[in-house]
Design a protein around this ligand. Structure first.
Ligand SMILES: [Zn+2]
Length: 256
């Protein structure tokens, strides 16, 4: 096994009963990268790290500034600030609005004195590729309500791609091209009694088309609207996409 992906949370928009929001830990070649830290993800993250101070994270990548993808980044900031002040800053790769949201969450403790920037070093997404440990971190803006960076992590051995939140886009086929694992949001509003417009999220069909068009080897469906029948979603996806279909759940470990 060259690496693994741990699912911290799989719920979209808000946490469901027993479900945290988006968050993943990607471990490979001695490196640990966190992808998103939505509501409810910092507790299983700290448990996984075995560190109240959140030690052992090499980088955090945040797709966009919606709280279901970054609400616990402020909790992680506090773990570092109170638990490991003075340690080297943790690199955070994210759209600029993410830093603004963490700053706003921390404003109750007084004006900006740079503490956010002592705990985290900020790197803008989307952007030209960065070197992050064994990975080349590529990014592309995908259609969503706010700036959302789809990310593609490429090492000598593995390709892992992650949409964050997105509507249907031709860019998804390139983002997930031949990926060993394509982590794709599947909010799947289409199951709701009163389906909402889905231009800026995916459903079973559009998620499956993205994975199929990318030629991804495996697909991890995630970011389900609370109440969605995930098994039904997976069945509908399998009608369009021939590769292995995985359904995210809290605590799941996907070997890579
Ligand atoms: Zn979003």
């Amino acid at each position: 096994m060259a690496g693994r992906l741990l699912v911290l949370g799989s719920s979209g928009a808000w946490p469901g009963a027993g479900h945290a929001c988006s968050g993943y830990v990607l471990e490979h070649a001695g490196s640990r990268v966190v992808l998103d830290l939505g509501y409810g993800t910092v507790v299983p993250l700290l448990a996984h790290l075995g560190s109240d101070a959140g030690g052992g994270v090499d980088a955090v990548v945040v797709s966009h500034a919606h709280a279901d993808h970054m609400g616990d980044l402020h909790a992680y900031f506090r773990a570092r600030w109170f638990g490991a002040r003075g340690d080297p800053a943790v690199p955070v790769y994210a759209p600029p609005q993410v830093r603004e949201q963490v700053l706003a969450a921390d404003a109750v403790d007084g004006p900006d004195d740079g503490r956010i920037d002592r705990v985290f070093s900020w790197h803008t997404l989307p952007a030209p590729p960065y070197d992050v440990g064994p990975w080349r971190l590529e990014s592309v803006e995908l259609p969503h309500y706010v700036t959302n960076a789809g990310v593609r992590l490429v090492s000598d051995e593995l390709v892992v791609a992650y949409t964050g939140d997105t509507g249907p886009s031709l860019a998804l086929a390139e983002l997930g091209r031949d990926a060993d694992l394509f982590v794709v949001e599947c909010t799947d509003y289409s199951q709701l009694a009163q389906p909402r417009k889905e231009q800026l999220h995916l459903n079973a069909r559009t998620a499956a088309e993205a994975a199929r068009d990318a030629g991804a080897r495996r697909l991890l469906l995630t970011h389900f609207w609370p109440g969605v029948d995930r098994a039904r979603t997976a069945r509908e996806v399998a009608e369009v996409y021939d590769g292995e279909v995985l359904v995210a759940r809290e605590g799941m470990v996907v070997g890579l």
